[in-house]
Design a protein around this ligand. Sequence first.
Ligand code: ZN
Length: 465
Amino acid sequence: MTTGANTLTGASRLNLADISGDFLAQSGQEMHRLIAELYPICRSITGDGVRETLAGIARHVSLPLDIQEVPTGTPAFDWTVPQEWNIRDAYIKNSRGERLVDFHAQNLHVVGYSAPVHLRLRLDELKEHLFTLPDYPDRIPYRTSYYKESWGFCLTHSQFVTLSDDEEYEVFIDSTLAPGHLTYGEWFLPGTNGNEEEILISCHVCHPSLCNDNLSGIALAAHLAEYLNRHPHYYTYRFVFIPGTIGSITWLSRNEDKVGRIKHGLVVTGVGDAGAITYKKSRRGDAEIDRAMQNVLKYSGAAHQIIDFYPFGYDERQYCSPGFNLPVGCFMRSRHGHYSEYHTSADNLDFVQPPFLADSLVKILEVLNVLENNVYYQSLNPKCEPQLGKRGLYRAMGGASNEKMAEMALLWVLNLADGTHSLLDMSNLSGLPFENIRQAATLLAQHDLLEMPASDAALISLQVD
Ligand code: ZN
């Protein structure tokens, strides 16, 4: 056994010491490369597009991805796993046999889950199956029809207005809707010292060629998993790559026995655009993940927005349904539905950029750093302040502002180390960044002025060889 002094400098909790500008620049490029590789795949809530995507993620990160296949018809609470959808080809041809709208040129052209069809139609009949964006005439919209069997095409409004009433069009969709499976993937990274409490990272894998909305979250989650796999970490991390809504509902219905281990969680989506970070709090509103995120964003100095939970959006809706009420927030940059590129062909490889992906990654790493190191200390000298000078803990008074801040951190930690304030509480109460507080606590513990309660120390002491 060792004292708290050694335990915090030991090696089982996340430590961001190796995060450098070079690391971030390289990570941003790698995430963008993965997005580019997955961009052409036609994903949906089921089908081979999801399988190809999971295979692409597994190729990119040297971690074995656990792939689950859940049969069509499997009940999941009030839902049922739907038929599997696959598509090979689709087009609209004019009477000269020219492909005017071609699935192979852009998979957004086909309404997701379109039933197979092969017809010759006049424009007035075809029109009810065509979707455009008159306000953005050069963008193709993204549309789906998962739970009502239908078919349709999406195209630019500028192309739509060139279609002629006199023409007969051939429409063809070579798709299948048949009993099959819903596919999802999972990475499970056990805590370095056997701690089974989990942090859940969830992202959706069900949108076709859309970059910010789905691929950016996938790429960030993949890189985060790779980073954590190479570094010691206190928590167990569970990454789930699931189709939106039906995927999280299915996952929750099959893992009810495990959700009690989830101590913190994030839905990660829309993390590659130039907008400021938006954090949507968990339904609880004051979960540790909510407070850690607010702390990191506040001290980052960057513009950001924190919004309360509402029951619309991504899979946080399911994780935060009242029967689970998990401490899961949603991390994004521009909020879904609040940027014009959202659910259009303009959410492309140019819309997501390496520096923004890297910035999102580092913010999430900083939040994990807070969660991983958010321990409780008890002062060993609680009656009046200890004499810091004789221990060499008062440096040049009135010196640089960071020295003053370091001294203030020592005083705050000493005052709040009563076993009921975590380091995050101390950071919030003192107005000092978490890292300053953590460093002050480490220093005080090294001088035997603080100790960790047995529950924290026992877990941490496992790490010391
Ligand atoms: Zn979406």
